[in-house]
Design a protein around this ligand. Structure first.
Ligand code: OSB
Ligand code: MG
Length: 373
């Protein structure tokens, strides 16, 4: 088989996917997820990628419409009509453009799916995964009342979820954790602050130490490493960085500065699977465990996350959820389902093993572009 990958065409879809209920975090409330799906074609083969930076530039500086334009006008033109034989080649080709990690990530993911389909191999095996079934957690956003959260948690614990992640923001904070801990003294719990705090909140984070949280995800600014190092040195509870880790270089600096003891790996946030694997390998060497985060992607993006989560230094249940958690009908099929309590299996088919349903894709489509060699 000819294993060179000449990129004949790239198609880009901006879609809006209504959520079953609004997702509420420290950075805002969303009732639909805007996402960008990318189809990369080489000869008879194709692969799918996804960028899901959210509709507004509130989680990071990127946003879905911006990512669509970025891929259309700057990134895809660097690839179409060229041979791209590795993730490294692709990153070099896109490297002239600064930042825009989610946008770059959509193309990197599409390339990996394409390559795995060309080889007729499941993506997780091509990435070097150790086993096809991964551990996943439950997570809960901000709710109207603590009783709603407690009963939702009862359900998750009864279903056997191995850990629960709680969104944490001013007004839904330490008192919420106190009540949850009272009711669930032994459950593995962590909080995600989505960069809602500053060093002036150090005393509050120190007070959280008594609740034995598994970690505190991204307490401080989205682009900070230094204040996180200061905060970490004053806490027993480990800090996990999410937003702050946008590249291999940032991961190296975070480790050197001791800004965190865990890293939440999101392929989109770091520019794709190629840099995500590099960060994973660096963390493994440096003794920093990782887990995989999600952005409420369709099954396309979630399947890439699943493949990444099969790597050996993924040591905490990941934020990968059954499609029904967020969507009445997933844009892609087959959708994501639990394979057992707190477990999801990566597909045994070639590539990521799923793709957008054409009817669903058409009905969710807001913008479309096609570049051809
Ligand atoms: O910070 O981890 C985050 C979802 C969208 C944007 C940012 C984040 C999240 C999550 C993922 O928390 C958890 C989930 O998919 O419910
Ligand atoms: Mg997070």
């Amino acid at each position: 088989m000819d294993m060179s990958t000449f990129i004949n065409a790239i198609e880009i879809y901006r879609v809006s996917m209504p959520l079953v209920y609004p997702f509420r975090t420290a950075y805002g409330d969303d009732s639909a997820i805007e996402s960008v799906l990318v189809k990369m074609t080489s000869g008879d083969h194709y692969g799918w990628g996804e960028a899901s930076p959210m509709a507004a530039p509130a989680y990071s500086a990127e946003w879905a419409y911006g990512a669509f334009l970025m891929v259309r006008d700057w990134l895809a033109p660097q690839l179409v009509g060229r041979r791209i034989d590795s993730g490294h080649d692709l990153q070099v080709a896109l490297g002239r453009c600064k930042g825009n990690f989610f946008a770059k990530g959509s193309l990197d993911l599409a390339w990996w799916d394409l390559r795995a389909r060309q080889l007729g191999q499941p993506l997780w095996k091509l990435l070097g995964g150790v086993q096809g079934e991964v551990e996943v957690g439950a997570d809960f956003g901000v709710m109207d009342h603590i009783d709603k959260l407690l009963s939702a948690m009862e359900g998750a614990v009864a279903q056997g979820f191995l850990r629960v992640k709680l969104k944490f923001r001013p007004g839904w904070d330490i008192e919420m954790v106190r009540k949850v801990r009272e009711r669930f003294p032994h459950t593995t719990i962590h909080i995600d602050c989505n960069s809602g705090y500053s060093l002036s909140d150090t005393a509050m984070f120190q007070a959280l130490d008594e609740f034995n949280l598994a970690m505190i995800e991204q307490p401080l600014a989205h682009d900070d490493l230094i204040d996180h190092a200061k905060l970490q040195s004053s806490l027993r509870t480990p800090i996990c960085l999410d937003e702050s880790i946008t590249s291999l270089a940032k991961a190296r600096k975070a480790i050197e500065l001791r800004s965190c003891r865990w890293i939440n790996l999101k392929p989109g946030r770091v520019g794709g699977l190629t840099p995500a694997i590099e960060i994973h390998n660096l963390c493994q060497k440096e003794g920093i465990p990782c887990w995989v985060g999600g952005m409420l992607e369709s099954a396309v993006g979630a399947s890439h996350c699943l493949a990444l989560a099969t790597l050996p230094n993924i040591r905490y249940p990941s934020d990968i959820f059954p499609s029904s958690r967020f969507y009445t009908r997933d844009l892609a099929q087959p959708d994501i389902r639990l394979s057992g309590p707190s477990r999801i299996s990566a597909s045994t088919l070639g590539g990521i093993g799923c793709e957008p349903d054409p009817v669903e894709l058409e009905s969710r489509k807001v913008d479309y572009a096609r570049l051809q060699a």
